[in-house]
Design a protein around this ligand. Structure first.
Ligand code: SF4
Length: 65
């Protein structure tokens, strides 16, 4: 599974970083993914990552299964 944040949509309120700090963090006004681009999300974090994506009010988190 891969994940990234659409910076154009992100409103920077940090819900994702609260729910899944292992993957998301705020950098200035937007959230970023802490793992390297194109790198797989560790399996044990996948569920938390999906929850964060579903909780994002801007639908800015893109998950590719
Ligand atoms: S929850 Fe969505 S809008 Fe909020 S910081 Fe995370 S990606 Fe951005």
């Amino acid at each position: 599974m891969r994940v990234w944040v659409d910076e154009e949509r992100c409103e920077g309120m940090g819900i994702c970083a609260d729910l899944c700090p292992e993957i998301f963090e705020l950098k200035g006004a937007v959230a970023v993914v802490k793992i390297e681009e194109q790198q797989e999300v560790p399996r044990e974090l996948e569920e938390m990552c999906r929850d964060a994506a579903e909780s994002c009010p801007s639908e800015a988190i893109i998950v590719e299964e």
